[in-house]
Design a protein around this ligand. Structure first.
Ligand SMILES: Cc1cc2nc3c(=O)[nH]c(=O)nc-3n(C[C@H](O)[C@H](O)[C@H](O)COP(=O)(O)O)c2cc1C
Length: 115
């Protein structure tokens, strides 16, 4: 018989300790300006951390401007981006992971800002 795993049980992933098994999926917010996070992103991630989520994924964060999915996506191609992104890292509450795609021709070249 398989062992029952409880949603609120702790989990060790190598050196990462998660206080439970609730993880927030990455969700594009379309609110970044030139790749920089805004107050919105801090509020977005803080509410999950304060709500008790064990881990929060940051939205698709472009490694180059051209690699973003939309012009409103966060970026990490400049050191100043990192300074901003650090503001949403609440390690003591919930660690954050990043999705770093390169979208290629997927969207940026195909239409202008539509949001
Ligand atoms: C509005 C929205 C934005 C999303 N943004 C991202 C993203 O930035 N990066 C990513 O990897 N997945 C993104 N996803 C996909 C979600 O993280 C998730 O994988 C997907 O919604 C499937 O989740 P489910 O299996 O629980 O339905 C997004 C989904 C939605 C609905």
């Amino acid at each position: 018989m398989s062992k029952k795993i409880h949603l609120f049980s702790q989990l060790e992933l190598r050196s990462l300790h998660l206080k439970n098994r609730i993880v927030v999926s990455p969700m594009c917010q379309y609110k970044a300006v030139e790749g920089h996070i805004q107050d919105w992103h801090i509020a977005h991630h803080s509410r999950f951390a304060l709500g008790g989520m064990a881990l929060s994924f940051v939205e698709a964060t472009g490694i180059t401007p051209e690699g973003r999915i939309t012009h409103g996506c966060t970026g990490i191609w400049h050191d100043n981006h990192v300074l901003g992104l650090k503001k949403i890292e609440l390690e003591e509450l919930a660690p954050t992971f990043y999705v770093t795609p390169h979208s290629g021709q997927f969207i940026l070249g195909s239409h202008s800002r539509s949001y």
